[in-house]
Ligand binder design. Sequence first.
Ligand SMILES: *[C@@H]1O[C@H](CO)[C@@H](O)[C@H](O)[C@H]1NC(C)=O
Length: 195
Amino acid sequence: MQLTTAILSLFAAAASAAPASGSACPAPTRKFGIMALRSASPIHFASVGASQNGIALNLPDNKLDAKCTDGKARKDATFYIKDEELYLYGKGDVVQQFLVDRSGMGQGVVRYFTKGPTPPGGRLEVKGWAIDKNDNLAFNGTGLQACPNTVDGSWNIWLKVVDKPAQQEGCLPFTGRTITAKKPVQCTYSDYVPA
Ligand SMILES: *[C@@H]1O[C@H](CO)[C@@H](O)[C@H](O)[C@H]1NC(C)=O
């Protein structure tokens, strides 16, 4: 848990920076959801959701806490990629973007944060996301894995950099198949609040 706490405090700092003002209107880029493919497993066909700065499969009801323009709770988040950077499809001035940390410290952690005036630095990377010819999402060729949260039954998503990120057991690599969202809904996803 030490690792997670250290990383989360980084995001808290990033999030407290003012949101980018005057950011351009989103370009008409493809909006997509992500479905996990890992046959004969509890995560096969699960959709990727976003809550508390992380993405996960099989989010429990109490983490379906995005605020969306249609007012509905949803298990699946909507994403887009611009200039090799991955974003949540949002609304208003709040731009929520993903970063990864592939270093030995971050072990492939994937987090979203509210984009501020200064991009994250050091080990934190934002550029490198791409969708391959089979419609699968990867970060510079590295795919995804999901690690079981034994408390609430969800599966937290990491880049597949090491087998046991943060010493978690039972992580399963999966194919992140992007599926075009025909009627994408804009949402603002929740931030992690330390207990
Ligand atoms: C991306 O992957 C290629 C091929 O594995 C590697 O040569 C390159 O250094 C990587 N780029 C980054 C930024 O990690």
